[in-house]
Design a binder for this molecule. Structure first.
Ligand code: NAG
Length: 405
């Protein structure tokens, strides 16, 4: 009961803050404020790649209703950007629109992306990314293209003969790039037909700022339309988070700090439901930035599922939902091959783990009110790089019992 009251008060306080902000914005020309959220080339690109990521996530969640789904969008941006370098001017324009680069007007786009990728791969952040193009050797390939991509992104597209050995070649490379964490990237051989395949993969291991003392405690997790499942959870009292209530979306949001300027945001619906459509539809880089400014520091009794998951998907069919149908029919990859070639697959695989470890202990002081935040029903989460605002990882968990590495 106490908890509900606190949240209500919290909610009222929050809407009050928002009302204040809204009024202020109207008087001083509200539009300006939004635009100024993203001021540097890196944060603008961070917002663009996040918006691409949210669009891709929506495309996936709407096709895969009521299931667990995960993506590391920035690795997909990296792979498709490499592909865009092989296209005609028109093809590049189409891809840039889907990747949300079209509004950036950044003449150094590739360099900005290269720097952004390097910064989110700083070892302390816990993210490793693999992104590369694999092309059938049978295509009459233009060698200049290989050099162009390698020079810009430090990874050379690879020509393959076609057949079962290709699978080992690709899987070995992905495993190597992710410190052995993303294994068996491809389960079956690429098509015999001349292929152009984008490979994108990522491994993320959450490292908290504040550690959890209790882990592996088996707890109930409510499932929409089914019996609760028993899963391992991490638990900690007096845990410092930032919190807020969104009454329009009927959920409570917590931001948990991770090491090296990374955050996990959890959206926990008030009800047990696997339909998170309303929430999914509101996600944009700007929404996240605005939201993060309205969250308030709080000390909570935090209970989180211990996540260990791996997820693979061919993103090719989703690209039509991102306005790329026309491009897919005629991708004009004229800098890659003299033949007319099409994208044959866009395989993506992610692995993520959370561990209780952190480099700080929570304060021992017991707080009055003792607010709790229990992630024990379907939820949505995302991992964001705070320096650039880039979306690193996003997922919807409806039944953690089904998750495996
Ligand atoms: C999910 O929720 C949305 C909006 O709340 C609603 O429009 C939609 O019909 C729901 N979908 C299902 C499958 O219940």
């Amino acid at each position: 009961m106490k908890q509900t009251t606190f949240l209500l008060v919290f909610g009222v306080a929050l809407s009050f803050c928002q009302a204040q902000v809204d009024t202020g914005a109207e008087e001083t020309g509200g539009e300006e404020e939004h635009v100024e959220l993203f001021t540097t080339p890196t944060t603008k690109l961070g917002a663009a790649t996040s918006d691409f990521g949210y669009n891709l996530f929506r495309a996936l969640t709407s096709r895969e209703a009521a299931t667990n789904v995960f993506l590391a969008p920035i690795s997909v941006s990296a792979a498709l950007t490499q592909l865009s370098m092989g296209g005609s001017e028109r093809a590049e324009r189409q891809l840039f629109r889907a990747l949300r680069y079209h509004t950036l007007q950044d003449p150094q786009l590739h360099t900005t992306l290269k720097d952004l990728l390097a910064s989110v791969r700083t070892p302390g952040k816990g993210l490793s990314i693999a992104a590369r193009l694999y092309l059938a050797r049978r295509l009459r390939l233009k060698q200049d293209f290989f050099g162009l991509v390698e020079q810009q992104y430090g990874v050379r597209p690879k020509a393959l003969p076609g057949g079962s050995k290709d699978v080992k070649e690709i899987n070995d490379w992905v495993a190597q790039e992710t410190g052995g964490k993303v294994q068996r990237f491809l389960a079956k051989a690429l098509p015999r037909s001349p292929f152009v395949n984008t490979v994108s993969a990522a491994y993320f291991k959450g490292k908290w700022v504040t550690r959890f003392s209790n882990s592996g405690v088996m707890e109930n997790f409510q499932v929409d339309g089914g019996a609760p499942v028993r899963i391992p959870m991490m638990q900690q009292d007096n845990y410092p988070v930032k919190m807020g209530v969104d009454s329009d979306l009927s959920c409570t949001i917590a931001q948990i700090q991770m090491q090296d300027d990374v955050s996990m945001f959890i959206f926990l619906p008030d009800e047990v439901t696997s339909n998170l459509t309303l929430l999914e539809e509101s996600l944009t880089a700007e929404f996240m930035q605005d939201l993060s400014l309205t969250l308030h520091p709080a000390q909570v009794s935090l209970t989180l599922p211990t996540l260990r998951l791996s997820y693979s998907v061919d993103l090719l069919p989703l690209l039509t939902d991102l306005g790329l149908s026309e491009w897919l029919d005629n991708p004009e990859l004229e800098k890659i091959s003299t033949q007319s070639v099409k994208l044959s697959s866009a395989n993506h695989k992610v692995v993520m783990e959370t561990a209780p470890e952190g480099n700080q202990y929570p304060s021992a002081a017991s707080t009055p009110g003792h607010l709790s935040y229990r992630v024990d029903r379907p939820f949505l989460y995302l991992i964001r790089d705070e320096a650039s605002g880039a979306l690193l990882f996003i997922g919807r968990v409806v039944n953690p019992k089904d998750l495996r590495i």
